[in-house]
Ligand binder design. Structure first.
Ligand SMILES: [Zn+2]
Length: 142
């Protein structure tokens, strides 16, 4: 059983501790670009086989790809029309790829700043040591 917290936790840039069940910890890893679409999930857990880390990222299609590259900087209606045309062509291109290529190219990137990378590595190191303590305690109680 976990003790009641008595000290404030230290915040780390780019790493959010989500759940801590002792031998099972989950984190959110934010992308340095600030986009909500680029968030990774990290799970560190310990069981009879050892410690494992799972990282997953939500991926998306290349929705930012510009088919219409004409630059209408001074005309707002044409800029809006360009975005509409690009979005429509993107959807058609995706359907085309699925039909005739059989798959869609997708990407999932998480950019980390130097500070975030240090925080990320430090979080993983401490989480692994922590879940290992729970694993050893469970093994010793068997
Ligand atoms: Zn990003």
């Amino acid at each position: 059983m976990k003790e009641c917290p008595t000290e404030a936790q230290v915040a780390a840039i780019g790493i959010l501790s989500q759940n801590d069940f002792g031998d099972y910890k989950t984190y959110k890893v934010a992308c340095a670009c600030g986009c909500d679409h680029h968030i990774g999930d990290v799970v560190i857990s310990a069981d009879e086989r050892g410690i494992s880390m799972t990282q997953s990222t939500t991926v998306s299609t290349a929705y930012w790809h510009q088919y219409c590259k004409i630059n209408y900087t001074e005309c707002w209606p044409l800029i809006n029309a360009k975005y509409f045309v690009n979005a429509a062509i993107n959807r058609i291109a995706l359907v085309w790829q699925v039909l005739f290529k059989g798959n869609i190219t997708m990407t999932g990137d998480i950019v980390m700043t130097q500070q975030q990378t240090i925080n990320y590595a430090n979080t993983l190191t401490h989480a692994m040591a922590d879940v290992e303590q729970f694993r050893q305690a469970r093994i010793n109680n068997m």
